[in-house]
Design a protein around this ligand. Structure first.
Ligand code: PMP
Length: 395
């Protein structure tokens, strides 16, 4: 009773059709042009971008663009190869040195994407016989990485150090290596991890700790290094992982560590070895963005001012928000069909946010997820709030 290969899509097709009944496809948007970090164009209509993870708005920064342009001329368009073959250029090495220096750590490795950074660190370090303790709300790339490793995967309750403690206590302290994985700022609800408590638990159980700062780099900490910096536990995490695709305005990923053997990951991690390296242009864009972040801490001030304005404005209108103020503001819309109707209506009014529905969301929530940028004007934030109010009545 062999099925057609595509029969497995039938439930997906069924779930998809109500999402597109409003005319647009929430998972198939294409912008014809991007005019600025906060304005995109679709069919010559200006759309306020309120779901792009462009936290510091650096994708159109002059210095950042110039760095990318110069690298295109100097190094060409692509690298045409892996980091361990022909694909390591001067800029990759320089970015690694700069990230290590920034964090005050002995090693930094640059990957082609944040997704591949997670695959590399987790599946490069853990293997069959090891145990990975993962926060239940961790990103799909971390789940995939755990699967790839072959280690035993043990989930603990989201943001709950006591739950982690219990699971670690139940496991034999001598039988396996233990790796704990949490994130800094969680991308769907916009809530943050109690990192200091996790560090205390992992130390007591002699486990390793990895923190994914994908959404927190550039957002938290006096120097913008992320939540571990903000919570004063940079030295408590064994591995910090992040992406260049959000605050850093490029594409790529990184991992930093003080472990003396960390660099052997380069010849152990398949997601590092068997993929082309990121383009020199993307690496130079990231290096330039790092410099801007260091030189302009006021970007973080602007980001948080906008985040608080959006959060307070939506809250005042009675919306159900998933977390305390942060640059990710997730609005509860009940069920997928209603969330999709509201998403469509928002786009009609000229606002782009992310539709986030099960199984991609924690607790089966149906959300319209906003991400705020330092580049938003107060008027743009107020426009978004007003549009939310209008669509709540319509949807
Ligand atoms: N980790 C987390 C927590 C993420 O949210 C993301 C991307 N949204 C990634 C990793 C992957 O990063 P990238 O987009 O660079 O592959």
């Amino acid at each position: 009773n062999k099925m057609d290969l595509f029969d497995k899509f039938n439930p997906i097709k069924e779930a998809y059709s109500p999402l597109t009944s409003g005319g647009g496809d929430p998972f198939g948007v294409a912008f014809d042009r991007i005019a600025s970090p906060t304005i995109g164009l679709i069919n010559n209509r200006e759309i306020v971008l309120a779901g792009t993870n462009n936290y510091l708005g650096l994708t159109f920064d002059d210095a950042v663009i110039t760095a990318g342009q110069q690298a295109l001329r100097t190094f060409g368009t692509g690298t045409t190869g892996s980091r361990i073959a022909n694909g390591t250029f001067g800029p990759h090495r320089l970015l690694e040195e700069e990230m290590a220096t920034h964090y005050g750590m002995s090693s930094a490795i640059v990957f082609t994407t944040g997704y591949q950074a997670n695959l590399s660190v987790v599946a490069g370090l853990a293997q069959k016989g090891d145990q990975i303790f993962i926060d239940a709300d961790c990103h799909a790339s971390i789940y995939d990485a755990c699967q790839l490793s072959g280690a035993e995967i043990i989930r603990f309750a989201h943001n709950d150090p006591t739950s982690l403690d219990r699971r670690l206590a139940r496991s034999d302290p001598n039988s396996s290596n233990k790796l704990v994985i949490v994130e800094g700022l969680y991308s769907m609800f916009g809530d943050v991890s109690p990192l200091a408590e996790f560090v205390e638990v992992k130390k007591r159980h002699k486990a390793y700790l990895m923190v994914d700062e994908a959404h927190s780099f550039g957002v938290f900490g006096d120097r913008g290094l992320g939540l571990a910096e903000a919570h004063g536990v940079l030295d408590g995490a064994d591995f910090l992982v992040g992406t260049f695709s959000k605050s850093l305005a490029g594409i790529g990923g990184f991992a930093v560590s003080n472990h003396p053997d960390f660099n052997f990951l380069r010849v152990a991690a398949r997601a590092y070895m068997f993929t082309a390296s990121s383009s020199a242009a993307s690496v130079e864009v990231t290096r330039a963005a790092l410099k801007v972040i260091a030189a302009r801490p006021e970007l973080r001030t602007d980001l948080w001012k906008n985040a608080r304005r959006l959060h307070a404005g939506l809250k005042a209108k009675g919306f159900g928000l998933m977390a305390e103020p942060s640059p990710v503001v997730a609005v509860d819309f009940g069920d997928p069909a209603r969330a999709a109707r509201a998403w469509n209506a928002l786009l009609q009014l000229g606002v782009y946010v992310n539709l986030a529905i099960p199984p991609g969301t924690p607790n089966s929530k149906s959300l319209l997820r906003c991400s705020v940028s330092a580049a938003h004007t107060s008027d743009q934030i107020d426009f978004v709030i007003n549009c939310f109010e209008k669509v709540a009545e319509m949807a």
